[in-house]
Design a protein around this ligand. Structure first.
Ligand code: SAM
Ligand code: SF4
Length: 472
């Protein structure tokens, strides 16, 4: 890693200001109602406005926040939920993050990196389940060079099984230098995710001890700035909730989003908000664990603060929490998740996990078909859509297109097309029945006209002629 590039860091997290906002902002109905009104007009919130929503504690105030978040989500994203699966490539790691089952000091972790053949087998299994979007996940290790990451991305795209193919590969890996980002970009990646873990510097130092690559807070904080320099305009940020005060982390995430938007004209494509889970050898005393109620509140506030940023809720959360929180702003979830290296080709019963090979424990162990059926019965459209990225609607362009009606016109129709592909090629009979019932309900909602007719025609091509990948 070229540490020369660590010079000239930008620190856009003002700890004193964020603490002062948390400690000195009081609930004020006049103020928070004006902010909710601003949110509904789809304008991003300032850090101060976000703090004013965080300060709301009264049941009426919280109710208003939840209802507004639900309304905003519906108006920007419609009722679709994008589905993906994580694919762990390797768990070697030189860092010592205290919360992670891959940390270097943990001798009991079974270490492995997928060979090319194992990678192909994993991708095939995921395709045979019906997945179209993956996120490849790596520990941080000299083995996992940008060239290696690019190689695994190319292998993933090149692997096809029957009608299956992976149309979008995202990455969650250690932050790279500018050249490194260029190398992975050339392999055709979608989003590059790096989570700051905690925006609070003291806490960051506590959980990332020693002189490791990861212990450099600013190197990580500026990961997305370097990504931008390296030509990647599709970035995912996140915080690991439970290390420090969730209110600080939300303000940190919003500060990060504002920094990217004002510096590069493009906000983050996604925000992730994992809550810390039990992991192999993890014996941490975590005084800042986030309650379910606060979790729901923070998701709703993030939705309101960054209307056009996708929010990802992973299978770390239980089915019950996912069920409850989704409607307040989540736009992407993973399904059929296996964290074990090579786990998509290992037979395990039900929710059994091999924690000595995995990063942490997951809460939702349902398979893809079950998750899809659950979404359908909750009136969500499960979507495997990858259209925007593939026709160039990303980054700055994506923001241009992210205007109401437009998103709905493209996304809803593309979601229904990718759902039909799933129903035809992979689903159980029960899910197929629910899927086409939902499709009928969605068609009934659309005004008559060319758009509806064209969608009907394409659905017919998928069902009757076996044509695939016909996107808007
Ligand atoms: N090694 C790279 C890094 O740290 O950036 C790649 C990402 S790591 C494999 C993926 C993410 O998992 C981390 O950024 C962290 O937020 C999260 N994670 C680690 N341990 C966790 C735990 N015990 N519970 C929940 N999430 C965890
Ligand atoms: Fe390594 Fe990432 Fe785990 Fe830290 S979170 S120990 S860097 S895999």
């Amino acid at each position: 890693m070229n540490m020369e590039l660590t010079k000239g860091f930008v620190d856009f997290i003002d700890d004193a200001k964020l603490h002062s906002l948390i400690n000195n902002t009081r609930e004020d109905p006049v103020v928070y109602r004006a902010i909710l009104k601003k949110s509904l007009s789809k304008q991003p919130l300032t850090v101060e406005e976000t703090a004013a929503l965080i300060a709301v504690q009264s049941p009426e105030g919280l109710h208003e926040i939840f209802e507004t978040a639900r309304e905003l989500k519906r108006s920007v994203y419609g009722n679709r939920i994008v589905l993906f699966a994580p694919l762990y490539i390797g768990n070697y790691c030189i860092n010592d993050c205290q919360y992670c089952g891959f940390r270097r000091s943990l001798r009991s972790t079974v270490r492995h990196s997928l060979s090319d053949q194992e990678l192909v087998n994993e991708v095939r299994s995921l395709e045979d389940e019906g997945h179209k979007r993956l996120i490849l996940v790596y520990g941080e290790h000299p083995k996992y060079t940008p060239e290696f990451i690019a190689h695994t991305v190319r292998m993933t795209y090149a692997t096809k099984s029957g009608k299956g193919e992976i149309r979008r590969v995202n990455i969650n890996a250690a932050p790279l230098d500018i050249e490194g980002y260029r190398t992975v970009k050339e392999a055709g990646i979608g989003t590059f995710q790096v989570f700051q873990e905690t925006y609070h510097k003291e806490t960051y130092a506590k959980y990332h001890p020693g002189n490791t690559q990861k212990s450099n807070y600013l190197w990580r904080l500026n990961a997305m700035d370097r990504a931008f320099e390296g030509g990647i305009d599709d970035m995912g940020i996140g915080a690991l909730f439970g290390l420090y005060d969730w209110r600080f982390e939300v303000l940190g995430l919003v500060s990060h989003a504002i920094h990217l938007q004002t510096t590069y004209g493009v906000g983050p494509h996604t925000i992730s908000f994992p809550r810390i889970q039990p992991a192999n050898g993890m014996e941490l005393d975590l005084p800042y664990r986030v309650s379910d109620q606060d979790f729901k509140k923070l998701v709703a506030i993030l939705r309101l603060a960054v209307p056009y940023t996708g929010l990802i809720m992973t299978a770390r959360e239980s089915r019950a929490i996912r069920d409850e929180v989704m409607e307040f702003g989540v736009s992407q979830i993973d399904a059929g998740t296996k964290l074990e290296i090579g786990g998509y080709n290992k037979e395990r019963k039900g929710d059994e996990q091999a924690l000595d090979e995995e990063q942490f424990q997951i809460g939702d162990t349902r398979n893809l078909d079950e998750v899809i059926r659950w979404l359908l019965t909750r009136d969500y459209i499960p979507s495997f859509c990858t259209a925007c990225y593939r026709v160039g609607r990303t980054g700055e362009h994506f923001m241009e297109f992210a205007i109401p009606g437009f998103i709905k016109r493209f996304c809803t129709r593309n979601a229904l097309l990718t759902l039909a592909e799933y129903l035809e090629d992979y689903s159980s009979d029960l899910t197929k029945e629910e899927g086409y019932k939902l499709t009928e309900r969605e068609l009934a909602k659309m005004p008559d006209g060319d758009e509806k007719e064209s969608l009907k025609e394409r659905l017919k091509k998928i069902r009757e002629q076996g044509i695939r990948d016909i996107l808007y």
